[in-house]
Design a binder for this molecule. Structure first.
Ligand code: NAP
Ligand code: HSE
Length: 422
């Protein structure tokens, strides 16, 4: 049996999960895979911190070179998070011929080419299943089981923290900050939860997924990104009245060579398959030209689900069979479509006086936006909420109409604009 020495960079939520799995399944892994995996060193910031799993303190270090320069360590597993110093440590590991397994979607999304080049140059492996959708093996499926397809469409709930928060807000009327606090306690959130609630985490993952699916480099900067911090219980409640559930969706479409990529809160019909994806669960829907519709569902965050993906990658790295997508000369940059068509929910607060509804409807008409339904409440007060749902319209037309609506003296505020997908 081959003994494999590995080093961990990080020992927080995910590091603890990986450690627990490697301890618990040590014998099965040895039996099934014929490898004895030994964690030789673990990099942390603070060696003296109390940790939830008991470990031999002598394997903890605060010096990255104890791992990156150790010739016995052949695999470096990174779950420290953030762009730097993680990037420089991963590059050093790859340059030194060590295969890298990472859960760090930010580093992959931003610096994929650099990491790929370093791996190519030294012949080391680069694996990142855990970076997208925690425990769901979606990257392996795209890379190893769907090669026969041209994938045209991705739609998914790919951030567990925001799905957990929106579920709590929608089902229990919990407020945003209480729900976020619980998601942090459960270990779903990023070290800085802004990454979750402002949609950065989902955008990193969408950049990775769409690059893999479309065989084109989809850059992070070209993804429309809106988080859930502007979502109120009021919007969720109006959505329910209209028959919708609210989700933070990641959407990517490749329409005849033009790529549309966006992450934003989205209303979907309550009977849509993604609307039943609750709590920290993730789901990714893909449409391939041969296979048709496919949906992947599972735990998208948390120590053991994510640990499951990491341990699988460690075992793949042990076999040195291959590595995930290589960037070669053939990798082209995506061409983008920023003027997609979808439906829109728009909530305004207006002066409650005759003629206002007609005036606002006029701006939509002027920009070719057709209205599907309107809700007006609180007649008889000085102000009233006014909610429009449009038929399909172009993003640019909607933005132009909203810019004019904002200037109307009867409009107190444009409170929210939420896209609707059916
Ligand atoms: P975490 O609990 O904050 O753990 C981070 C670990 O890295 C800690 O052990 C910390 O050391 C160590 N660390 C951070 N910066 C360091 C530095 N500069 N030098 C040395 N050690 C450093 O984070 P996490 O939730 O485990 O997430 C880690 C990574 O996994 C992130 O990239 C995240 O995106 C990814 N991920 C997380 C999940 C999830 O469900 N949480 C799922 C998929 C992927 P100390 O312990 O000493 O502070
Ligand atoms: N913070 C991330 C999430 C972890 O909530 O989905 C999984 O990548």
């Amino acid at each position: 049996m081959q003994k494999i020495q590995i080093g961990f960079l990080g020992f927080g939520n995910i590091g603890n999960g990986v450690y627990k799995i490697l301890q618990k399944h040590r014998n099965e892994i040895a039996d099934k895979e014929d490898y004895q995996i030994n964690i030789k060193k673990i990099l942390v910031r603070d060696i003296n911190k109390k940790r939830p799993v008991e470990t031999d303190r002598s394997i903890l270090t605060d010096n990255p070179d104890d791992i990156l320069n150790d010739p016995e360590i052949s695999i470096v597993a990174e779950f420290m998070g953030g762009e730097n110093p993680a990037l420089s440590y991963l590059l050093k590991a790859l340059n030194n011929g060590k295969s890298v397994v990472t859960a760090n979607k930010e580093v992959i999304a931003r610096h994929w080419e650099k990491l790929d080049q370093a791996a190519s140059a030294s012949g080391a492996g680069l694996y990142y299943e855990a970076s997208v959708c925690g425990g769901i093996p979606v990257i392996k499926a795209i890379q190893e089981s769907l090669q026969a397809n041209r994938i045209e469409r991705i739609m998914g709930i790919i951030n567990g923290t925001t799905n957990y928060i929106l579920t709590k807000m929608s089902e229990n009327n919990e407020n945003f900050s209480d729900a976020l606090k619980k998601a942090q306690e459960l270990g779903y959130a990023e070290p800085d939860p802004t990454a979750d609630v402002e949609g950065f985490d989902a955008a990193f993952k969408l950049s990775i997924l769409s690059t893999l699916c479309f065989h084109k480099r989809v850059h992070l900067e070209r993804i429309l990104r809106e988080g859930i911090t502007n979502i109120t219980l009021e919007d969720i409640s109006y959505g329910k009245e209209l028959g919708y559930a609210l989700k933070l969706l990641a959407i990517a479409k490749d329409n005849e060579g033009k790529v549309e990529v966006r992450v934003h809160p989205t209303f979907i019909p309550q009977n849509h398959p993604l609307s039943s994806v609750r709590s920290s669960f993730n789901a990714v829907y893909l449409k391939g030209d041969c296979v048709g519709d496919m949906m992947f569902y599972g735990r998208g965050a948390g120590d053991l689900p994510t640990g499951s993906a990491i341990v699988s990658d460690i075992l793949t790295a042990c076999k040195k069979e291959h590595r995930y997508m290589k960037f070669g000369e053939k990798t082209i940059n995506a061409v983008y479509n920023d003027d997609w068509q979808t439906k829109y929910y728009i909530r305004l607060t207006v002066k409650d006086q005759p003629g206002v509804l007609g005036e606002i409807a006029g701006y939509f008409g002027k920009h070719g936006v057709s209205i599907a339904s309107v809700i007006q409440k609180g007649y008889g007060n000085t102000t009233a909420p006014l909610i429009f749902v449009t038929h399909e319209a172009s993003e640019k037309s909607i933005q132009q109409a909203i810019a004019e609506i904002r200037k109307n003296p009867c409009v107190i505020s444009v409170d929210n604009l939420i896209r609707v997908e059916e």
